[in-house]
Design a protein around this ligand. Structure first.
Ligand code: NAD
Length: 416
């Protein structure tokens, strides 16, 4: 964490910038600065040793003027209500930027999933779902995976929700396994969107994805899939990392082999024919495209000057602080902001939800074709605003996202 910056102070600062650019009145700005509802729950779980533990969890629903709430659930020891509030706010802007009919939400449980058994995680997830039951659902709020939650977690949520409802409700979560109504392409969607955005930005800089050098921080769902997709398109993956550290190979890594190594050993570190680097060094790697795909506040005022990439495509939410944004813009580094770059995940979640509600199952090519054209449109919408306003891409994306939400709130009016 850099100084006193937290995800929430960053999100509020970004909103302030957008409100000023959009000349929003102070009342509307205040509305958008506060979530509509924050639910805090205590999740009681019987652990494998028979002892009871209580975990703190929350679900923050930011604004739903454009459609039901939507957003991931994160399991992490550092989860706080403030962090989840920031993530919910970013979801609201993100859904608006990529133009899908959802509002923003996020959930989190303060726990260390690495130290819990599968049975403990299942019991915690089911109890959490029961506590959220009245506030979620296919037309209210639709959770999805985030850090340290996955398709299995979504299956437990769907089953618990369906058991309490009395019939199967696949549309109550997205990011499910395909066997129970998940969409083709959902697992890779966030990363495909990141790579499509990086490709579009690269075109403007005269860089071809084929042969471009790429560094990826974080080797989970978003990071590993982004490395794989970029590699399949001919890019050279020169460095990757996870929570244990990073690896660097100037001649390129094979991301499939690195993934296999991580699956076997638990980390990317100690991969053959690579040099160990730290998580700070990976951000400073000389490359064309840097993809932060881990956690918030990674590129800060302290290291922005050392970033050597030409394009930063934010796979993670909130990896760059506002002062670092400024520094990167001054260095003419093109930063594709999270609310645009990683919106492919929620876009395909939307396709999954539509398939669930209409009881359809679309082919992978159809899902990816729709996703790619949505991402290209969103990228161009943001790029055009950045050219017109002579702003960085983050400010442009905020102008678009916050502007669309503000417009919807104004159109709906305030009840009562
Ligand atoms: P994940 O749990 O699958 O992976 C997280 C990865 O980050 C792991 O490899 C972990 O080892 C690594 N990591 C954790 N702490 C780190 C540190 N300090 N330094 C370097 N690496 C570290 O999570 P994910 O779903 O890939 O999410 C990653 C980011 O992408 C998060 O910011 C998340 O909010 C965002 N995101 C995810 C999705 C999605 O569809 N999963 C969509 C949009 C945004």
């Amino acid at each position: 964490m850099a100084g006193t910056q937290t995800a929430l102070t960053v999100a509020l600062e970004q909103l302030k910038i957008a409100s000023q650019e959009l000349k929003l009145d102070s009342g509307l700005h205040d509305m958008l600065a506060h979530p509509k509802r924050s639910l805090i729950v205590s999740i009681t779980v019987k652990m494998d040793d028979g002892k009871i533990r209580v975990f703190s969890g929350c679900r923050v629903q930011h604004w739903d003027a454009r459609g039901p709430f939507k957003g991931g659930i994160r399991y992490h020891p550092n989860v706080t209500l403030d962090e989840v509030t920031a993530l919910a706010m970013w979801m609201t802007w993100k859904c608006a930027v990529v133009d899908i009919p959802y509002g923003g939400a996020k959930g989190g449980v303060c726990c260390n999933p690495k130290e819990m058994s599968k049975g403990e995680l299942e019991r915690m997830t089911r109890r959490f779902t029961s506590l959220l039951f009245d506030f979620i659902g296919p037309y209210r709020d639709v959770p999805a995976p985030d850090v340290y939650t996955d398709a299995q977690t979504m299956a437990w949520i769907m089953d618990t929700y369906s058991q309490i409802t009395g019939y199967s409700v696949p549309g109550c979560v997205t990011g499910k396994p395909i066997s129970i109504g998940g969409s083709e392409g959902r697992a890779e969607a966030t990363s495909l969107g990141v790579v499509v955005c990086a490709r579009e930005a690269a075109k403007h800089l005269g860089i071809k994805l084929k042969g471009a050098t790429v560094a990826v921080q974080g080797y989970g769902n978003v990071g590993w899939n982004a490395a794989k997709i970029a590699y399949d398109l001919g890019s050279k993956i020169v460095a990757v990392s996870d929570s244990m550290g990073g690896i660097y190979a100037p001649n390129g890594l094979n991301p499939y082999a690195v993934y296999e190594h991580k699956t076997k050993t638990g980390s990317v570190i100690n991969y053959k024919e690579s040099k160990s680097i730290s998580n700070e060094e990976i951000l400073e790697t000389k490359c064309d495209i840097l993809i932060p795909a881990a956690l918030e506040n990674q590129i800060t005022k302290a290291n922005a000057d050392k970033i050597k990439a030409k394009i930063v495509a934010e796979g993670a939410n909130g990896p760059t602080t506002p002062d670092a944004d400024k520094a990167l813009h001054e260095k003419e580094i093109v930063l594709i902001p999270d609310i645009l770059a990683n919106s492919g995940g929620v876009a395909t979640s939307y396709y999954e939800w539509v398939q669930n509600l209409t009881r359809e199952h679309w082919a992978l090519e159809d899902v990816n074709r729709k996703l790619e054209s949505k991402m290209v449109k969103a990228f161009n919408d943001v790029y055009k605003i950045s050219q017109k306003e002579e702003s960085d891409m983050r400010t442009a994306a905020l102008i678009l996202g916050v502007g669309r939400v503000a417009e919807a709130i104004k159109t709906l009016g305030l009840w009562p």
